[in-house]
Design a protein around this ligand. Structure first.
Ligand code: ADP
Ligand code: TYD
Length: 203
């Protein structure tokens, strides 16, 4: 079972991915918790290139290549071996993030993203949580972490608003695997919904 968390910056994906991993491990499952961009040593090197520096450091087209290169390494070295060994893989972001951030943020490049995805990745999650959140609140939470990985946060609130709308329509487009979760509530309330959905999917 391959599970992903998607949503705007600061929506609580990392928190919920960790809580779901704890929940499933407590029930006896073997879980690999991972993230994108990154998740393998090579992909973590690419992560630094894409998340640090000026917002205009890379064009959207170059980013599609960089994120897809990172994903391919992550898929080959971490995700596919774990799934083949019967483990549950939980990834904090995956290809839907490229569909949104590179596909929508600076013009309509969704078809390019999908073509490269089909060519180089060709795998979709079994279950995707789309954590929905007010964009201003998400940005405030994300900025509260105060790291150096702020390249996308520096695109500002307008990008976050566009991404929120994009993720909601993506959830409708892939209704078979996507579940929209209200992320504005307390973490343990959100986690209870997330766990119930995973338990049903695994039953
Ligand atoms: P993401 O991975 O989507 O960027 P995080 O899980 O890192 O989100 O959460 C961003 C910040 O908001 C963190 O400081 C985290 O502790 C906090 N946070 C996460 N979930 C909640 C919640 N439900 N309510 C309030 N704060 C939260
Ligand atoms: P992440 O570390 O998940 O940030 P956050 O915790 O703030 O949500 O991801 C960093 C940024 O990378 C985020 O702003 C979204 C962006 N991103 C893309 O633009 N394309 C992608 O394919 C991925 C995986 C992430």
């Amino acid at each position: 079972m391959f599970i992903t968390f998607e949503g705007i910056d600061g929506s609580g994906k990392s928190t919920q991915a960790r809580l779901l991993a704890e929940h499933l491990r407590a029930k006896g499952h073997e879980v690999v918790l991972t993230r994108e961009p990154g998740g393998s040593p090579g992909a973590e090197e690419i992560r630094r290139l894409v998340l640090e520096g000026d917002p205009d450091r890379w064009s959207a087209e170059t980013e599609i290549l960089l994120f897809t290169a990172a994903r391919r390494d992550h898929l080959e070295r971490v995700i596919e071996p774990a799934l083949a060994a019967g483990r549950i893989v939980i990834s904090d972001r995956f290809a839907d993030s490229t569909r949104m951030y590179q596909g929508l943020s600076r013009g309509d490049l969704r078809a390019t993203v999908d073509t490269l995805h089909a060519l180089m990745i060709g795998r979709e999650p079994d279950l995707t949580y789309v954590i929905d959140m007010d964009p201003e609140l998400g940005l405030a939470r994300a900025r509260g972490r105060q790291g150096s990985e702020e390249r996308f946060e520096d695109f500002g609130a307008e990008l976050q608003r566009k991404m929120r709308a994009g993720f909601l329509s993506l959830a409708a487009e892939f209704a078979g695997r996507c579940r929209v979760i209200d992320g504005t509530r307390a973490p343990e309330k959100v986690a209870a919904d997330v766990a119930a959905i995973a338990d049903r999917a695994l039953a």
